[in-house]
Design a protein around this ligand. Structure first.
Ligand SMILES: Cc1ncc(C[n+]2csc(CCOP(=O)(O)OP(=O)(O)O)c2C)c(N)n1
Length: 541
């Protein structure tokens, strides 16, 4: 016989989980006992939000389910941010929470929360394991639900006394991936619409965030000569230097660019849930009845048709559909070159950068273009929230195998922990993290982990002493009334040194190249603090 805690860990191992993220709590000690001497790598975070963010970033790289363990009450509330992000980003994530002993349940006992109520709106499933004999079944169900389209978070609650139950050492079999067939009629109908299209456009989403998804997207765009937009913040789905790529659909458009995009007569939305930001508040395509032909392909059938009535709809693996479509006798209407060039010109107008100066610090865009020049062909860049991220979305043309990892939901705090877990997952690959001062001060303490594991991550920190993105909106809406957006900050390079990393400071444009070169050459983690201009990002005049 083995403990219930050990059986839970065995279930994870059998399903390919080789690393777990945690902040310890006395409420789940038998789990640690099972992890002791185990091949699973236990990563100890400095805050439960970071443990969750690290797991999410790990999943984004591996495509597999990830797991974090936290304690009840305070630990669970700290971790809730990652559950919300996993839900919005569609990431398969298991959050394990220690719970009060079964005899104390529903008595409002010490640090008790009813997690079904707490996570009811943001998790795909919340389960409290009160009967340890059901662990194999509950774990299989949890992983199946977390990984099924659209992937998302499952919360598993473990009463502490249950973890000590002795149970048989059941041999665990991993969950299976459900195959979904591509419907030949839907492919033929989509092909017919594309053959007649004068101004087609692809909107590609997160379901294509795999090597095979990217390859299928590239193949269909080439075969049919289709311009491609990524859904909100999914820039790394398509070669950013390809003339058919027009960036993401989201919040950074010029009116001229949106005018061009709205000219499209057939939209192939593939692997995307067509959320509010991608669809410009449900106006492109128009909800509920689009003013153009809509082909919607998504594994998650529950989403199709809710907001937009498609002309062709298919619920299947997005990459498989695209492979079939690429082979469905493509024909391209005359004038396609001009359509692609028009869209590309508007994209390049946004992506262009000219060196700027400002009286109150370095203009961050000047640094971004120099960072991009130093990125390796297989670099992985993690972004946090804020204006520093916005500059990378505009000015970093990602090309596979390069990757861009950021929370689609715009949460602050994922950049640093995400970079740390990705560096652990991908030794030998260059990992760069861009982060604002506000976001760094939320979870930047994971620098300690980067130092402990000697991870050569490059942290590029834009310090404008402000919650800059909010300040920008505040200035627009309430000019001069600046309350709540100034930020007290430390000397970040010195802070990095105190953690045991190397710290560098960019105070002027002349520092940019030498400081980046020095930081990129460090054997171990390095942080570049950029004394960033705030005035340059505020509304002019
Ligand atoms: C956890 C969380 N809290 C608050 C927000 C709202 N918010 C979005 S961006 C932002 C400011 C980010 O500041 P900073 O990291 O310094 O970047 P900057 O915008 O100055 O470049 C805030 C407060 C959020 N997205 N996530």
């Amino acid at each position: 016989m083995i403990t219930a805690g050990r059986l839970i860990v065995n279930c994870l191992a059998a399903n390919g989980v080789d690393r777990v993220y945690c902040v310890p709590g006395e409420s789940y000690l038998p789990i640690f006992d099972a992890l002791y001497g185990n091949a699973i790598d236990t990563v100890v975070a400095h805050h439960e939000s970071s443990a969750g963010f690290m797991a999410l970033a790990d999943s984004r790289i591996t495509g597999r389910v990830s797991a974090a363990f936290v304690s009840r009450g305070p630990g669970a509330t700290n971790a809730s941010i990652a559950v919300h992000s996993a839900d919005q980003d569609g990431v398969p994530f298991l959050l394990f929470i220690g719970q009060v002993p079964r005899k104390n349940l529903r008595r409002r006992s010490f640090q008790e929360i009813d997690y079904g109520k707490m996570f009811g709106d943001i998790a795909k499933w919340v389960v409290e394991i009160s009967d340890s004999s059901r662990i194999p079944e509950v774990m299989a169900r949890a992983i199946q639900i977390a990984t099924a389209p659209t992937p998302g978070p499952v919360v598993i609650v473990m009463p502490e006394d249950m973890l000590e139950d002795m149970v048989p050492p059941t041999e665990i079999r991993p969950v299976v991936r459900v195959a979904s067939a591509v419907n030949a009629q839907a492919v033929a109908d989509a092909a017919a619409l594309l053959r007649a299209a004068k101004k087609p456009l692809v909107i590609a989403g997160g379901e294509l965030c795999t090597d095979e998804g990217r390859a299928a997207l590239a193949a269909v765009a080439e075969a049919w000569q289709l311009p491609v937009a990524a859904s909100f913040r999914r820039h790394d789905l398509f070669d950013g230097t390809d003339r058919k790529f027009i960036g993401d659909l989201g919040i950074q458009h010029t009116p001229r660019q949106m005018e061009a995009i709205r000219e499209s007569d057939v939209v192939l939305a593939v692997g995307t849930r067509l959320g509010d930001l991608t669809t410009q508040g449900y106006t492109f395509p128009e909800s509920p009845f689009p003013e153009r032909k809509l082909i919607h392909v998504l594994a998650d059938a529950k989403v199709i048709g809710l907001d937009f009535r498609p002309d062709v709809a298919a619920s299947c693996d997005a990459a498989a559909f695209l492979r079939a479509l690429a082979a469905a006798s493509p024909e391209v209407q005359p004038g396609r070159e001009g359509w692609i060039d028009w869209l590309r010109t508007e994209r390049l107008a946004i992506a262009a950068w000219q060196t700027q100066t400002a009286p109150d610090g370095v203009v961050f865009g000047n640094v971004v273009v120099e960072v991009v020049k130093r990125l390796a062909r297989d670099a992985i860049v993690t972004l946090d929230a804020g204006l520093s991220a916005a500059m990378f979305y505009k000015h970093f043309p990602v090309r596979a195998p390069q990757k861009l990892v950021a929370s689609i939901t715009g949460v602050m705090g994922m950049g640093v922990p995400g970079a740390v877990s990705i560096a652990m997952r991908c030794p030998g690959r260059q990992v760069v993290c861009a982060v604002g001062d506000g976001s760094f001060l939320m979870t930047g303490n994971e620098l300690a982990l980067a130092v402990e594991r000697r991870l050569p991550v490059r942290f590029i920190l834009a310090s404008n002493k402000s919650y800059g993105s909010i300040r920008l909106n505040q200035e627009r809406e309430y000019p001069g009334h600046n309350v709540g957006t100034d930020l007290a900050v430390p000397e970040f390079a010195a802070l990095a040194e105190a953690f045991g990393a190397r710290g560098f400071v960019i105070r002027s444009d002349a520092d940019i190249a030498p400081m980046l070169d020095a930081a990129f050459a460090v054997d171990g983690p390095s942080l570049v603090e950029v004394k960033t201009s705030l005035s340059s990002i505020l509304p002019k005049g």
